[in-house]
Design a protein around this ligand. Sequence first.
Ligand code: ASP
Length: 331
Amino acid sequence: MKRRNFIKNASLTGVGIAVGSTLASCTKSSSGEKKTIIPTTKASLPLVIATWDVKNATTKAWKVINNGGNSIDAVEQGCMIEEANEKGQSVGKGGLPDRDGNVTLDACIMNKHGNCGSVVYLQNITHAVSVARKVMEDTPHVMLAGKGAEQFAVSIGLKRENLLTDASKKAWENWKVKSEYKPIINIENHDTIGILAIDKNGDISGACTTSGLAYKMAGRVGDSPIIGSGLFVDNEIGAAVATGLGEEVVKTVGSFLIVELMRQGKTPQEACEEAIRRIVSKPKSNYKNFQVGYIAVNKQGETGYYAIHKGFSMTKYQDGQNVNIPSNNYI
Ligand code: ASP
């Protein structure tokens, strides 16, 4: 399923794909209706999970781990698959541009030691996640932005490329005709690829990468490069990563919140649901008009995922099986 078309395929939500899992849990939607959460509770290591239907990315990450590699290599290489995929218009090369026609990327990465790196408003470089990793490993900083991030990328040997493909340019030109900026749920405007992995040593890493909201204001930065919002990893507890309207994730520091809730004893599923509730239960929340989704894993390898609206899904590689599972949702 194409991520940007997922809402049209939302009728798949609720289909009981139970591969690699043993237990179902129940939750109540805002309307009070009981829903079965597609089971995610089997603790089995190693594993890889990712936002959306990105089986090629999880396959890559799984291979790294299965060959004895570590989780930081797995999450980076998994994200790189989607960054290089020009057909995916939400990440890396081919990402939809801002309203001025510039493709600008945000990404971050976090390792088992709690170290992290991120890039913000990066242009002309496909593999933002690799730049973020080098920021973490080779600089005394956590974040590099804009021109500085691009210069750093070139200094480590990455090539400048035009990230605006013909397809994305055409989409932007069509958008300009309407010239109306109104992010609606997640039909057209976003989709971050976030990957969390636990390797054979039991160590957790995470990464995420995005071109952010399509047709955003020039200079806009979302949640994805902000540690604690778009991504958080604590190797003793677990990890979480977000997709959706970054502004709402930032306001609730969503990924950090999920990890802290797991520290207090919540399952990854319960923690993701609570993080979504924090967004929708704000007195003036406009949640009917935007999407946020989270995935999470704890140290034991239990996973969870939840979103405001139908259509979100998680890809999970566990016990040698690579499965995309639609999420239940708040509404
Ligand atoms: N979270 C990203 C952002 O707000 C976009 C997305 O996941 O759709 O930049």
